[in-house]
Design a protein around this ligand. Structure first.
Ligand code: ZN
Length: 672
């Protein structure tokens, strides 16, 4: 990252206004790339800015780890394509080269050869012949991608099936029951072991009576070497050691400018974990992290979410650095101050309720950097840590990333979507008036209360729902939010301005779950991704169960299908009923019931409706997915080398950013 040297104190920067800001950056395939503002960055103290800078650097250093976790050939593919992109001497305006550029942009978006959302492998539109010629033409630049003794022919033989053959690694994470999930998944968490061997390996480690179980397998690759199964830890001097060493280096600098001793201890404990790979230390870190509520600057950095592992154990590397949005946090404070009231009034069986809801902390944050599994596509809400017992004992930290939702909302204004898919002006006006607010509020409720609510019965294995666990958990959190969104308590607490505001969220949720999220699915495919499954599960279940009372209708007008919600109060009752069912499944670890519910409602797509939705959507010429570029941060130093400010700029484009990241933050070998 650039270091600027100037003689005296820096000028104060101001954040560009929403009106002046150019949110859209790039467009390719099914993707639109946006940029986001970082409002009030200039209001942070110099020490806080420096802290952000070092944490940002630590975030960017982990990029290669995620590529390698997603597939063992991803770094090879990315580096080979970047080599061609940067050194090709032929016509860069040719159709073939443009298609190669698009493919490379898609690889950056997916952090590998699979679509970030559908998880299907995408196939390039340029020819194998062109690829071969182009690669040969840059042979003299290929030293970084050729293994010792390897020729360009060897490289071509190795890489072509990975890029072009649709039957090689067809899916990143396979969740289709009935087959070996490891063999049929493209991710790189296992090598040479069967699903059964993995399950046996970790089951032996688990002690069902342990009240503080560590998250076995979270930070490792499980491989068979000479017939023996060994766990390779992600740590300094271990797997991904080169990247982790650099992450640690930046974290050490961050610890030096921490806001307070508590935060310094949080960072130092994370460093200790990265050095040893010890998951007990990781739990220590998580506990300290969740208890640090005073610091303004905060971060996620590590092997965190387990969605990409078909067995739900391995954490993909991610990082997000942020600071508190003080004004908007007042809203989430009201929610967390009333957490116990919400838990007590939840429509679930009392034996699944928490007697005492602890430490539900919710805040609205401003992201300063997105990295690893949070880049280029990013979540708009985060609730961590994931360990169930830590959540139970110490609570969890829950955030809504409002500068990201701002970018989504601002970039969507007037794009024709509501005109095409909403039933009437009543729904559209309500959306215009309330949807930004209710979207944010639903995210708050989902993250801050939903995931944190309820409890497992004693002795229930938190992984009991296996491949269905993520969908059930997301549905649980969404339903909690939906149910309370329609509660009079919302206006009473001043969280919603109007008793009809919740209808904006209900309508959008059902329309999305029954119809419009199908824009993200390829013809002939089922719903795979956990959040999408959860949304269809809720919407399709409510539609079916509400039929007797005509709660939701699918109306056809001029050959086009629309969702109409006739009875919002009854819809709320249905959300409450489904929440009770889902909480029971979760609390008792009822795998069969979870599977049956998900398979019945969440997976299958109606092909006729799907085709219609895709057709109407296509006419709008919108991108169904969005990713982001980060701002660029640079240290400003005085003549003596002392940091005097941190500058932020918003002008880097998608290609330049990714090429730069591949140069400045790329410490891993091509194969790990
Ligand atoms: Zn969630």
């Amino acid at each position: 990252m650039t270091v600027l040297l100037i003689a005296c104190g820096a000028e104060k920067q101001a954040t560009p206004t929403m009106e002046d800001f150019k949110y859209t950056v790039d467009r390719f395939a099914d993707i639109e790339i946006l940029r986001y503002r970082v409002p009030d960055f200039e209001k942070l103290s110099l020490q806080q800015k420096e802290l952000v800078y070092y944490l940002n650097q630590a975030a960017l250093e982990g990029r290669d780890i995620l590529y390698d976790q997603n597939n063992k050939y991803n770094l090879l593919v990315r580096r080979t394509l970047e080599t061609i992109y940067e050194n090709y001497a032929g016509n860069k305006n040719s159709d073939e080269f443009q298609k190669l550029t698009t493919y490379l942009k898609r690889v950056w978006m997916g952090n590998g050869i699979h679509h970030h959302y559908s998880e299907d492998k995408f196939i390039p539109e340029f020819s194998e012949k062109f690829f071969e010629e182009a690669l040969r033409s840059v042979e003299s630049h290929c030293s970084a991608v050729l293994l010792p003794g390897e020729s360009i022919d060897d490289l071509i033989d190795k890489i072509k099936p990975v890029i072009f053959d649709p039957t090689v690694f067809p899916k990143r994470t396979n969740q289709e029951a009935g087959v070996d999930l490891i063999k049929t998944s493209g991710v790189n968490f296992y090598d040479g072991v069967t699903q059964l061997e993995v399950e046996n390996f970790y089951n032996k480690m688990k002690n069902p009576n342990d009240s503080t179980p560590i998250s076995f397998g979270l930070n490792s690759k499980l491989v068979k070497e000479n017939g023996v199964i060994v766990e390779k830890l992600y740590k300094e001097n271990g797997l991904y050691g080169a990247a982790i060493t650099r992450i640690v280096g930046w974290l050490e600098k961050a610890a030096g400018v921490a806001e307070n001793d508590k935060q310094k201890d949080v960072i130092n404990t994370l460093i200790a974990y990265y050095k040893t790979g010890n998951l007990k230390t990781y739990d220590d870190y998580s506990i300290k992290w969740v208890q640090d509520l005073a610091s303004v600057v905060d971060f996620v950095n590590g092997f965190t979410e387990t969605y990409s592992d078909p067995l739900g154990m391995k954490g993909t590397w991610e990082s997000m650095v942020n600071f508190k949005n003080i004004e908007a946090t007042k809203r989430t404070k009201i929610i967390s101050d009333n957490a116990q009231w919400f838990e007590d009034h939840s429509p679930i069986d009392p034996k699944f309720k928490k007697e005492e809801v602890k430490g539900v902390s919710a805040k609205v944050i401003t992201a300063t950097i997105l990295a690893g599994d949070c880049y280029p596509a990013t979540p708009i809400g985060v609730n961590l840590p994931n360990s169930n017992w830590i959540r139970h004992e110490y609570g969890s930290k829950s955030v809504t990333v409002e500068n990201i939702t701002e970018a989504y909302d601002q970039a969507s204004l007037g794009n024709g979507f509501a005109e095409e898919f909403m039933w009437s002006d009543v729904e559209r006006d309500r959306a215009k008036k309330f949807a930004s607010l209710t979207n944010n509020l639903h995210t708050d409720l989902h993250e801050c209360l939903g995931h944190g609510s309820g409890k497992l019965l004693p002795g229930v294995d938190p992984d009991a729902l296996k491949a269905y666990g993520s969908t059930i958990e997301e549905a649980r959190a969404d339903l909690f939010g939906l149910y309370y969104m329609g509660d009079p308590k919302m206006t009473e607490l001043g969280l919603l301005p109007d008793k009809d505001a919740f209808k904006a969220e209900y309508y959008q949720y059902i329309m999305n779950g029954l119809m419009t999220q199908l824009t993200r699915i390829q013809p002939g495919k089922n719903v795979e991704e956990a959040h999408m499954r959860n949304r269809q599960l809720i919407a399709a279940w409510a539609y079916e169960k509400g039929k007797v009372d005509n709660v939701i209708e699918m109306k056809v007008r001029d050959g086009e299908t629309f969702v109409v919600v006739n009875d919002y109060e009854k819809l709320r009752t249905l959300f409450g009923q489904l929440l009770a069912i889902i909480q029971q499944i979760k609390s008792t670890g009822n795998f069969e019931a979870g599977r049956d519910l998900v398979e019945a409602y969440a997976v299958k797509v109606n092909p006729t409706l799907h085709a219609e939705v895709l057709d109407r959507y296509k006419k709008l010429n919108l991108a169904p997915y969005r990713g982001f570029v980060n701002p660029v941060y640079s240290l400003v130093k005085d003549g003596a080398g002392k940091v005097t400010d941190v500058k932020i700029s918003y002008d880097e484009n998608y290609i330049d950013q990714n090429l730069r990241y591949s140069k400045e933050y790329s410490s891993l070998p091509t194969f790990n």
